[in-house]
Design a protein around this ligand. Sequence first.
Ligand SMILES: [Zn+2]
Length: 459
Amino acid sequence: MNSLLLTGGRVIDPANHLDQTADILITNGKIAAISPAAAKQAPPNIERMDVAGLVVCPGLIDLHVHLREPGQTAKETIATGTAAAARGGFTSVVCMPNTSPTIDNSGTVALIHERAAKQGVVNVFVAGAITKGIAGEELAPIGSLKRAGVVAITDDGHCVQNNEMMRRAMEYAKMFDLPLMDHCQDYSLVTDGVMHEGYWSTALGLPGWPAAGEEMIVARNILLAEMTGARVHCQHISTAGSVKLLREARRRGVPVSGEACPHHFTLTDVAIAGSEKFWQADGKDIFGRDFERPSWPAYDTNFKMNPPLRSASDREAVLEGIVDGTLDILCSDHAPHCDYEKEVEFDSAPFGITGLETELALSLMQLVHSGRLGLPDLISRFTVAPARLLGLAKGTLSIGADADVTVINPDHEWAFDKTASASKSGNSPFDGWRLKGKAAATIVSGRKVWAEEVEMSAN
Ligand SMILES: [Zn+2]
C-alpha cells in the first residue's frame, strides 16, 4: 500500500535545486529514493507509472481556497473542493475561514480536520480568523486557534480596518509564530466598488474599486510588519502600486510577502465589456496567434471578483512581480458560488470565481510558455514558497518526506469545461478556454488520488 515507482520523468524539486531525469521510489507513503537507478531498489511487485516525457515535482500547494464547509455546502464541500484540487494537481490546500460559522474557534478547526480526514482527497490545512466572526471588532482567540492546528490567520473576504487591532493581531501572530495573511481593502475608499475604477467602470456605468483601496492597506501592513516583526502576507495582489510597495519593503528586509492569482495576471477590466472588446484591446497579445479566442457577453458576473480585474499595466506589473520574486507565491482564490447567486445584475452578484482546475494551465501559459519564467521557478511558487511561509513539512521531494507528488504534462492542450469540473460550482471566466498544460497525476502520501482518465475515490 502507498508504494509506487515513477520511472523516467523530469524530476524538478526547487527546494533541493534538483532538475534531472530520474526514477522516484515511494514506499509506505514516503519518498524513499530519487535517482536514475532508483528502479533497481524497488520491490518486484510494486505498482509502476511510466512518466517519461512528463514533469514530476513536489505536490502543489494552494494556500488560498474557499472550501465553503461548514455552512455553505450548496457552493462547495470539502469532498468536492478537494476533488477539484486533485484534478488541478494540488496535494494540499489551505481553506479560508469565512465559512458559516466562521473558523474563529478551536471547535470549528477540529470539525474541519475531522471531515477533511474522512472526505478530503488531498491535505486540508486550516486558516483561522483574525477577528471573531470576521467582523473586525474583537480579536479571535489566536493562541487557541494555533493549538488547534491553524497554519495562518486571516479575515479573508474581509479586511481588518482598525489599525490598532491589526497591530495587536500581528503581535499575537508573532508570539505564536503564525503568518498573518490579509485581504487588502480599505473600505472607506472602496465603498461600493464592484470593478476596477478607470475608463471601463465609467464606460460601463459601474461603481469603481480604486487601486489605492488595496495599496493603502498594503502600505499599512508593511508599516505594521516593520513595527511588530510579524510575518505578514498580502493576499491576491492586483495592482502595480502594491507590487512596488512590496518590492521596496522586501528589499529593506521587512517580513512581508505577496501572492498572485491567474485571473489577475491573465485578464483585465476590459473583459467586463465583453470578449470582443477584450480581444481587441488588452487580450490581443496574449497566448499568441494560434489561441482560439472564446467569447462572453458584457457584464458577465464570472468576471467579478475581489479585488477586481485591473488595467493592462497592473497586469504587467503583477507578472513582473512574480518574475522578480516580489510575489513569490501563486494561488487560485478558488471562490465557488451557485449559478443562481451569480445569475443576477453585475452590481449585486457575489465576488469570486473558481480556479483550482485552471490555475496551473494559466500560470504555465502566462509565465512559462510565454518565456518569462523557467519551469523550476514556477514550481517553486506553488511548492517550497508556500510551504516555507506556512511552516509546512511539504513542498519538497527530500528523502523521507511525505510522498505528495504532482506529475505535470506542460504541453497538454485541453479545454476547460465547467460542466465536467469536480467543483460543485461553475463560476469560472475560463469556461470553454483552450488551455496548455495540465496535471497528469496527483499523488498524496504515495496514493494516486487523481490521474488523467482514471478517477479515485476518497479512502
Ligand atoms: Zn480575499
